[in-house]
Design a binder for this molecule. Structure first.
Ligand code: ZN
Length: 339
């Protein structure tokens, strides 16, 4: 076992899916037709938002983009509010996607807006970034699958081979063009890597477009023909000028903005080596200790208010990603080593 080895302590929140994705059901026209009368449908708007149901702190004014308000609801098990299929259409619409089954209930997804909501529906429309960490495993799985698959449909309307129009088939799990070329939902892999020194320090970095104080671990898209491990070495070298060793897999989760898969690793680098932040990509990179990371995690994430301690800090001012991101799952696990 290598120096500084650790594993995730929690499952990444968007990977908590309990939906049964059964390919045989998508290919069975009798199942597709006969299951519609008992289907529940996830309606997702063009911004990736869907109605969700959760308990809000009654003393706090709610805004759906207010991560602190979502924090107040943490642990209360928010749910995605679905519609009965037969409320929307007598049979599955051509553009609908069969997500899968849970406890005998077939779940589908369609594009739609607030006009599709029942008049008395109290759901608040929210997207995965805002609500993902606070949804129950079914809701999180439904919305992650729905958003990623619908995003792919939006961008696959013409055949990449001959440019003719495509139409959905296999209950939304493929598109086929006028000349019979098929395409399947696409995912773009990206690596995300927690770089540490094998002992007590971790490397954080911030992008130029982020507010001052917002930091995370490093990430980048996998290039064609490249292995995940090679991508880790290349991205860390490009972004901060460090050579890493001991690259180890941690876990993964879908990140459908619009269609990524984040593949998490950790790796070791020399904290005394010169950091060379990449022009235009990295505004700042710094090493902090495990105690400093724990203090930053305790302060709250990117969306949390400044709080009373804002003028009393002696350690670097660091805000970390929210619980919906795998970066946070990775940082939580590294911070817990030795506890
Ligand atoms: Zn074609």
């Amino acid at each position: 076992m290598s120096r500084g080895y650790f594993e995730l302590t929690d499952q990444p929140v968007l990977s908590r899916n309990i939906l049964d994705r059964d390919e045989r059901l998508r290919l069975d026209p009798v199942y597709v037709r006969d299951s519609w009368p008992k289907a529940r449908v996830v309606v997702v708007d063009e911004s990736g938002r869907t109605p969700v149901d959760w308990q809000v702190d009654p003393d706090r004014e709610f805004r759906e983009t207010d991560a602190a308000a979502w924090d107040a609801a943490a642990g209360r098990g928010g749910q995605v509010r679905t519609r009965a299929g037969t409320d929307l259409a007598p049979e599955p619409p051509a553009e609908a996607v069969l997500l899968g089954e849970s406890e005998g209930v077939p779940y589908w997804a369609v594009r739609g807006g607030p006009a599709w909501t029942a008049a008395d529906d109290p759901g608040e429309w929210a997207d995965l970034r805002a609500a993902g960490a606070f949804l129950d495993p079914l809701g999180s799985g439904l919305l992650t699958c729905a958003v990623s698959t619908l995003n792919w449909h939006d961008r696959a309307r013409f055949c990449a081979v001959d440019g003719t129009r495509t139409r959905p088939h296999n209950a939304g799990w493929a598109r086929i063009c006028e000349n019979g070329h098929e395409e399947y939902p696409r995912t773009d892999p990206a690596v995300i890597c927690l770089v540490h020194d094998g002992a007590d320090r971790v490397l954080l970095a911030r992008q130029p477009v982020w507010p001052v104080g917002r930091y995370s671990v490093l990430a980048g898209f996998v290039e064609s023909g490249e292995s995940l491990e090679a991508c880790v070495h290349r991205e860390i070298a490009e972004e901060v000028g460090l050579d890493v060793t001991d690259v180890r897999y941690l876990g993964s989760q879908a990140w459908p903005f619009p269609r990524s898969l984040m593949v998490g690793f950790h790796a070791i680098a020399d904290p005394d080596a010169l950091l060379v932040p990449q022009e235009g990509e990295i505004a700042d990179a710094l090493w902090i200790t495990r105690d400093q990371l724990r203090a930053a995690l305790a302060r709250g994430d990117w969306g949390a208010p400044e709080g009373r301690d804002a003028h009393e800090r002696t350690d670097p001012v660091v805000r970390l990603p929210g619980r919906v991101s795998i970066a946070r799952t990775m940082l939580d696990a590294w911070a817990a080593v030795g506890l």
